[in-house]
Design a protein around this ligand. Structure first.
Ligand code: GUN
Length: 287
């Protein structure tokens, strides 16, 4: 049976550290603030955003939400982002994706000043990550890396296979794992003979968005399995991209869903808001 990587417990520990840092800032009369923009009415986004606002409240970060009409024009969205860029009381800006199809999300991300880019999605942050400079790292990949560190999992020389190539998770994970000296393969929906790739992974990261897609026969015995998926079954149960019950029998480490990567994403967002605030006030950051 695999060792469970407890993202819930690690996220709690990180949030407690951040609460202390936030209290320190408050003694200097600095109150970090996160502004979240949501466009339209996406039920999954609403749940994610609620989790983010709760975490802010727990840590002592001010939280401001902008709910925009689904028919909003691109220029209006950009105007709001520019206003938040200028607003000195706002330290972090997050545009919740997805946004309606008539809007250009890359252009909107590009409009966020990199100093407040707590999601790590702007071209500046992505570019800096790829050349190994200190920057904001996309929260889910960053959370995965923190899990490896907590469990003393050294990626040096390991074959890491990532399934999924999204801009939010798969692509930044390539850089994060490369920076930890792994040999990285990225697979996607057009990959031929997927199992041949997954089966030789020392570390398999599933970020596909399909319930229980990774089955036991696709996993090498003793592999470390990270499940980034959050899917809801017809019965309303949360399941990951990995067939947990069967894969955990042969893996050496595995993340559960829920309680694995999900809480880490929110914790690392909080980390990035504190980092952004400190950098805006020229205070050294710990992470
Ligand atoms: N949609 C799904 N995950 C994320 C995330 O981490 N950040 C943002 N902004 N949108 C998302």
């Amino acid at each position: 049976m695999a060792v469970l990587i407890d993202g819930k417990a690690l996220a709690k520990k990180i949030r407690e550290q951040l609460k202390e840092e936030c209290n320190e800032l408050k003694t200097n009369k600095i109150i970090p603030k996160l502004a979240v923009i949501m466009v339209g009415d996406n039920s999954a986004s609403k749940v994610y955003v609620r989790n983010k606002s709760r975490a802010c409240e727990e840590i002592g970060i001010e939280y401001e939400e902008y709910l925009l009409d689904e028919n909003i024009k691109q220029e209006e969205l950009i105007k709001l982002i520019q206003k938040l860029n200028e607003d000195k009381s706002v330290n972090g800006i997050l545009l919740q994706s997805p946004i309606p199809g008539h809007l250009n999300i890359n252009q909107a991300f590009k409009a966020i000043t990199y100093r407040k880019d707590v999601d790590g999605f702007t071209p500046s942050s992505v570019g800096k990550l790829s050349i190994g400079e200190d920057t904001f790292i996309s929260c889910t990949p960053y959370g995965v890396i923190k899990m490896f560190e907590e469990y003393d999992i050294d990626l040096t020389g390991k074959d890491v296979v990532i399934v999924g190539r999204s801009n939010i998770v798969g692509k930044p994970l390539i850089q994060c794992c490369l920076n930890k000296n792994a040999t990285v393969t990225v697979c996607h929906s057009k990959t031929k003979n997927l199992t041949e790739h997954t089966k030789r992974a020392d570390v398999l990261i599933a970020a596909i968005g399909k319930p229980k897609f990774i089955t036991q026969d696709m996993v090498k015995k003793g592999a470390i399995v990270i499940d980034v998926g959050i899917n809801r079954t017809e019965e309303g149960k949360l399941v990951g991209d990995v067939d947990f019950e069967n894969v955990e029998k042969i893996a050496s480490y595995i993340t559960p869903v829920p309680g694995g990567v999900g809480p880490m994403t929110v914790a690392m967002l909080m980390n990035n808001v504190i980092k952004a605030t400190k950098e805006q006030y020229n205070i050294n950051t710990k992470f």
